[in-house]
Design a protein around this ligand. Structure first.
Ligand code: CDP
Ligand code: MG
Length: 889
């Protein structure tokens, strides 16, 4: 996980892993040809129903695509049976005023850009316009990509509802799941899903229209899709099966698409949808709080709620944990009688147990004397009828976490005053929240309450929440940062861009004039970047390059990227893929400079082709590709799933509010450590290290039926375990579709691997994580104290250490491979396994220096080539090359 996504939201998994499942059904070009013809030769005489087109509200200026030609009647009209309420709501959307212009532009141009403020109706309405104009046919003829899974799911549901169609006709496909059927006519999907489809069917012959939504987000896959489609559209034209491409964007920096001759030979028309935006008064803080922006948000919301007229509040924070913490705090400050639980749990039976525990925990908290909180105003009785669900944040409450920590001195005043206020209907919103819980933000809050949504930046452009009048913007976003060369990643909270700040402010003026409270000063705002950089320029691109090579794009450097990735990132990616054996090594590779290397056109190897079919990062894909040997596949699938999901274990090192809780946390931690030792096994298994612990934990959890109870008792994160289960199923399907003879069935109740298998697994992991080898610094090499117990890696100058949570922390094996390095107080390796030195030259020759050891051994890595010099002579001279039988090809 690589991945994500430089996804600006860490909780959403990284993107490389993000992708995605192949479509259930592929159509041939032939079958879609006839469909296309019918769209191109519209039936005569069918008129569009006019009532549908008359938008209410002020008329809106017309974009560039408006011509002076008399408006043409759409020739095809497929009626849609919308309910009167839906119809009324639709007519208020600014985009309805532009329907005719948009549809004319689409019918006259192969590529159209639609630009409009968030909330103007692009995502929900354009697919409907196309449907009515006859562009849909069965099997998803209208495809819409979204960079976020949240949006793909929620938008498909919304459009189905508006059109009064079922999810069989308006469907979605995201990495883990989908509801696409043979009848699907409008298909929402993540951008990665469409990229995988292009690999199977380059011309995308089953689509008549592809809509790339949220193009302004500049997610890596969206960028590359636009590049690919700029070539696919003319190809389809040549074949006489025209494909329409619609790029939709909030009004941020469209020039990257329009003023880009590499991309489109003819500049596509831009239809501008001018949203009715009410004025938003922006209030800057005089001072910028240094770190407690979450506390500042709390105080601001309290003030707004007590002092300002009705209207929803939207708070922007940076991550899931912060969102939950502020939700809890607000719910305490403004208790909401009988219905504070807004969410859901999957398991009814268990929630009875949870309710009991929850009540018990309330009692416990009372004993802890927190006079200002009336805990009896809490209840787990759901808000909505028939909704048995319980909100995720109560999980934390039950676990007795930091529930009371927030009530510091500074806040007590607010809490007291708040007693007289209206109830606040507090809802969380972030990517990983279950879709049905996300959907709550779209419903009207219960009468007599004020809506307050605490969100991450998913609410910035992807989702528009109705009725928001006040925005509280902390000015920050949590992003994953990568060191492009070393791949070391870390999540950092950084300032947003000016464009994002303005976008956030705009969320307050959707229905009436609003206010935006920025928790930073105008001077700080002036220092923000104008726009945030496209994702593709900021993250490692090996997964992207592999996907592109699988599409036979050899000279990646010539690809029409909207913004090209930096050359050194391309070079690093090619070098890694060559080392993994996914690309064929070009002659003289070692002597070329990185820049030249990037221009080389290394074709994909057969191994690379197999790797490209797996929906995981190339390093993991290589492990899967090697694991048909010795019945290792089920184990590798599990290891890869667990590494992709990350953070399997609960975190117990957190501040506690009482001695009682401290003791409880200590007990839980001791229990987890004990279990980890058991899961780590003995002998050769133990050498598989943290990966064996992952395997053991998943195995044990599945054996127990993967219940919440088992997870809680043993320190496992229940949600992570469910996610691993889904990913294992998905990877099993992917593996089966590649190795058709494998007939692999992954038994959820996996037997532990044998000792021999554990050894093979270590080799497989080494072969996949090849560039992540580290060698312990020997006593004679100790430069100074900071190198004590340190490891040297191929790519970093600095010492790295085994993370204290690793089962190998005390053992300090001589050579290890690691899943990732994270930087906290030091550089720490996580997901560590021990490997034998003699495997390295056999499995990873590109990373070794074969030759006489030098008289004065250089540092153990070579900065120019990034290769390890294992200058222990034995590695190169005294190894008997009798290696266990791992066939690399
Ligand atoms: O794509 P764009 O940001 O231009 O707008 P949209 O997502 O199509 O949203 C249009 C309107 O539909 C907004 O006012 C949303 O609040 C509303 N909507 C909704 O009520 N429920 C949903 N599940 C999705 C959108
Ligand atoms: Mg949208």
């Amino acid at each position: 996980r690589h991945s994500s996504d430089s996804e600006s939201e860490p909780e959403e998994e990284p993107s490389s892993s993000e992708e995605e499942k192949e479509e259930p059904k592929q159509e041939t070009g032939k079958s879609s040809a006839s469909d296309l013809n019918s769209a191109e030769k519209p039936e005569e005489g069918v008129k569009k129903v006019v009532a549908d087109q008359q938008p209410a509200g002020p008329s809106v200026p017309v974009g560039q695509a408006a011509s002076n030609k008399p408006p043409r009647k759409p020739a095809v009209f497929i009626p849609v049976d919308r309910s009167p309420e839906i119809q009324e709501a639709r007519l208020k959307l600014p985009i309805l005023a532009e329907e005719q212009i948009i549809m004319e532009a689409i019918s006259e141009n192969p590529i159209v850009i639609i630009c409009g403020e968030t909330g103007s109706g692009k995502t929900t309405q354009v697919p409907q316009f196309l449907y009515e104009a006859g562009y849909a046919s069965s099997n998803g003829a209208i495809g819409i990509t979204e960079p976020r899974r949240v949006a793909a799911v929620s938008m498909s549901q919304r459009v189905a509802k508006e059109m009064n169609l079922s999810d069989r006709e308006v469907s979605y496909q995201i990495r883990y799941e989908g509801n696409v059927t043979d009848e699907t006519q409008i298909k929402f999907m993540t951008d990665g899903v469409l990229l995988k489809e292009i690999q199977k069917d380059f011309l995308l012959s089953k689509y008549k229209v592809v809509i790339i939504d949220e193009a302004h987000e500049r997610s890596m896959y969206t960028d590359i899709l636009i590049g690919l489609l700029s070539r696919i559209v003319p190809l389809r034209e040549k074949k006489g099966l025209p494909l329409k491409l619609i790029v939709m964007s909030a009004t941020l920096r469209v020039e990257d698409f329009t003023d880009n001759s590499r991309l489109f030979s003819v500049t596509p028309p831009v239809v501008q949808v001018d949203a009715r935006q009410f004025p938003v008064t922006v209030h800057f803080n005089k001072k910028t709080p240094l770190d407690d922006y979450s506390g500042e948000c709390f105080r601001k919301v309290c003030k707004i709620h007590r002092m300002l007229p009705p209207g929803g509040i939207l708070v922007f924070l940076t991550g899931q944990a912060e969102v939950h913490s502020l939700c809890r705090r607000l719910r305490k400050a403004f208790p909401f009688q009988k219905n504070n639980a807004a969410g859901g749990d999957d398991n009814k039976e268990e929630s009875v147990e949870e309710i009991r525990k929850f009540k018990k925990s309330r009692k416990r908290k009372k004993v802890m004397a927190l006079p200002k909180i009336d805990l009896d105003n809490y209840s787990v009785v759901p808000v909505d009828e028939g909704d048995e669900d319980r909100d995720a944040e109560t999980d934390d409450d039950i676990a007795g976490s930091d529930i009371d920590l927030d009530l510091g001195d500074g806040d007590s005043e607010e809490d007291e005053k708040s007693d007289s206020s209206l109830p606040l209907y507090v809802l969380p919103l972030y990517s990983l929240l279950a879709p049905e819980k996300q959907a709550k933000v779209f419903r009207a809050p219960p009468p007599g309450t004020r809506l307050c949504v605490v969100a991450t930046n998913v609410a910035e452009t992807s989702l528009t929440i109705p009725g928001i009048k006040y925005v509280v913007d902390c000015g920050k976003v949590k992003k994953r940062f990568y060191d492009r060369i070393t791949g070391v990643s870390s999540f950092r909270v950084t300032w947003i861009s000016q464009a994002s700040a303005n976008q956030r402010a705009g969320r307050a003026g959707r229905t009436e004039p609003g206010h935006c409270y920025r928790l930073y000063s105008s001077a700080v705002f002036m220092d923000f970047e104008k726009f945030s950089a496209p994702e593709i320029t900021k993250r490692p691109v090996e997964d992207l390059i592999l996907q592109m090579k699988a599409l036979n794009i050899e000279k990646v450097i010539n690809f029409p990227f909207p913004t090209p990735p930096p050359t050194e990132a391309l070079a690093a990616a090619e070098e890694l893929l060559i080392a993994l054996g996914a690309l064929k090594e070009p002659p003289m590779m070692g002597r070329l400079t990185q820049q030249l290397a990037a221009k080389l056109s290394c074709p994909i190897s057969p191994l690379g082709r197999i790797m490209a079919t797996f929906p995981v990062a190339p390093r993991y894909a290589k492990m899967l590709a090697l694991s048909r040997q010795h019945d290792c596949l089920p184990y590798t699938i599990t290891i890869v799933s667990a590494m992709t999901v990350r953070e399997l274990f609960e975190e117990f090192d957190r501040p506690a509010v009482s001695e009682e809780e401290t003791a409880k946390l200590k007990g839980k931690k001791a229990r987890l450590l004990q279990m980890q030792r058991i899961w780590a096994g003995q002998g050769p298994m133990q050498m598989l290290g943290d990966l064996m612990v992952m395997l053991g934990a998943v195995g044990a959890c599945e054996y127990a039926g993967c219940t919440r109870k088992f997870c809680e008792e043993n320190g496992l994160r229940y949600k992570a375990m469910l996610e691993i289960r889904r990913l294992r199923g998905q990877l099993t399907t992917a593996v089966n579709s590649v190795c058709t003879d494998a007939g692999l069935y992954v038994d959820p109740k996996m037997k532990p691997p044998t000792e021999t298998q554990a050894t093979y697994l270590r080799q497989i992991v080494l072969a996949g994580l090849g560039d992540h080898v580290a060698r312990r610094v020997q006593a004679e090499e100790l430069l100074d104290d900071k190198w004590k117990n340190a490891y040297k890696t191929a790519l970093l100058d600095d010492p790295v250490f085994i993370h204290p949570s690793s089962v190998l922390f005390k053992q300090l094996p001589e050579f290890v491979v690691y899943q990732e390095i994270v930087e906290t107080t030091k550089l720490y390796m996580k997901g560590v396994s021990a490997v034998e030195p003699e495997w390295i030259p056999a499995l990873l020759p590109p990373y070794c220096h074969f030759g006489k050891p030098l008289e004065n051994p250089p540092p153990s890595y070579c900065p120019e080539t990034g290769r390890i010099r294992c200058h222990r002579p034995s590695v190169f001279y005294r190894v008997s090359w009798q290696l266990p039988a791992v066939e690399v090809d």
